[in-house]
Each structure stands twice: as C-alpha cells, then as structure tokens.
Design a protein around this ligand. Sequence first.
Ligand SMILES: CC(C)(COP(=O)(O)OP(=O)(O)OC[C@H]1O[C@@H](n2cnc3c(N)ncnc32)[C@H](O)[C@@H]1OP(=O)(O)O)[C@@H](O)C(=O)NCCC(=O)NCCS
Length: 227
Amino acid sequence: MANRQRRVLVIGAGGQARDVRFVLDQLRTAGRPFTFAGYVVSDLAQLTDRDSRRDVVGDLSFLRAHRDRFDALALAIGSPDVRLQVAAALEAEFGPDMWPALVHPSAILDWGTCRMAHGVLLCPGVVGTVNVVLGPYCMVNYSCTLGHEASIGRGCVVNPGANLSGGVVLEEGGLIGTGAQILQYRHVGRGATVGAGAVVTRDVAEGATVVGVPARPMPRLRGPERD
Ligand SMILES: CC(C)(COP(=O)(O)OP(=O)(O)OC[C@H]1O[C@@H](n2cnc3c(N)ncnc32)[C@H](O)[C@@H]1OP(=O)(O)O)[C@@H](O)C(=O)NCCC(=O)NCCS
C-alpha cells in the first residue's frame, strides 16, 4: 500500500474542503501517494456559491455507486458534531483503513512519540513537540502549536493559529476557535467550544462555550452555530 497512489475523495465542498485539497496537492508534489479525486457532499441541493461546485462529483450515494473511483476518504467538515456523525456512518460502511492520516510536509512533531489515529488532518505549519496524541478524525489547522503531551480527541477541530500548551486535553468533538490559547494541563470537555481569541485559564465543562480573556462561559450552543 505504501507507494500505491490513493485517489482521495474529500467529504465536503466548502472552504475547508479546498484546504484539504491544498494539503493533498502539496503531499503529491512532495512525492506522497495521494491524488485529489473530487468532492462529495451529503446534500447537493444545499450547495452554495461558497462551495466548489465544479469539482463536486456527487452526494454520498456516489460512494456506493462508484467504489472503483476512489481509494481513500478525507473529511472536510468544520462542525465537530457533523464530523463525528459523518465519520461514524462512513467508517461503519467503509472501515477505518479508508481514512489515511494527512500530514502536510511542513508539519513538525516528534513522530517517534506522537500517536496518530486514522483520519487525522494536520495542515501547513503545525508545530508540536513530544508525546502528542491525535485522535481519529481530528483536524489541526495551519499554524497551530501543540505542546508536550497535548491530546486531541476524536473529531475535534482546532482552527488556525490556536496554541495548546503542554498537557492540554481536548475531549471528543471539541471546537477550538482561531487564535485561542489554552494554558497548560487544562481540560476541555466533550463537545465544548472555545471561542476565537479566547485564553483558557480554567477547565472547560462538557458542552460549554467559553469566550474572552480570560475565557468565561457563554450560553450553551450546539450544532452548526459553532462554525
Ligand atoms: C464563540 C462562537 C462559537 C460564538 O458563536 P455565535 O453563538 O454564533 O456568536 P454570535 O456571533 O451570535 O455572538 C454572540 C455574542 O458573543 C460575542 N462573541 C462571539 N464570539 C466571540 C469571541 N470569540 N470572543 C468574544 N466574544 C465573542 C459576540 O460579540 C456577541 O456579543 P453581543 O451579543 O454583545 O454582540 C464563535 O463566535 C467563535 O468564536 N467561533 C470560532 C470561529 C473560528 O474559529 N473561525 C475560524 C474558522 S477557520
């Protein structure tokens, strides 16, 4: 499998999907065996002008009807809740091996001690150190930093420029806004949201949304509003 070209279908067609395509193109340029094969969306009727309609090959039924047209899948969905739902459904159907970890060539971690699950996406300029744990389907966007022993749970989305200090734990389905700072050993509960630019000085409860400096809770939010 190591050197065989893998045609990758990207699930999503918006801005994050174009980011994933960019990573795939850069990996290909660097000699890694990945080729962009198109975008797939859950509902063609919901496409907007912000989506890359031209490269959409179909909806999820395409995956069943054209199993010969792809070798791998990549998630490009910004909402952790939706990410987790889509990943669970497609993993049940196509298995975990269908989801390669996609690591931009400029990302730096101590690969010897890092634990990386399937479906991970590391964007350009991610820098981390030792014993970092990256759970299935988590996404770390460009220019984020991950301190020693930082742990990112299943389906988490870490937006550009966020800094996770050493020992930070993000439980499943967390969303970290762009430029957020999370201080050392803080724990961010399952499904919690940290707003853009927040400085997290205390643990964040499950499902909570925190914003500001220092971060304080907002009323509970669920669903697409977290984008
Ligand atoms: C925290 C967040 C999830 C709240 O989303 P929301 O419920 O749609 O929030 P709204 O835009 O309705 O704002 C509600 C209030 O919170 C404030 N607010 C929103 N986000 C805030 C933030 N990050 N920090 C401080 N205050 C914030 C708004 O100013 C508004 O205050 P007001 O009622 O006094 O005007 C969202 O603003 C956020 O930060 N998401 C992360 C976005 C991101 O990382 N984008 C990068 C994508 S690559």
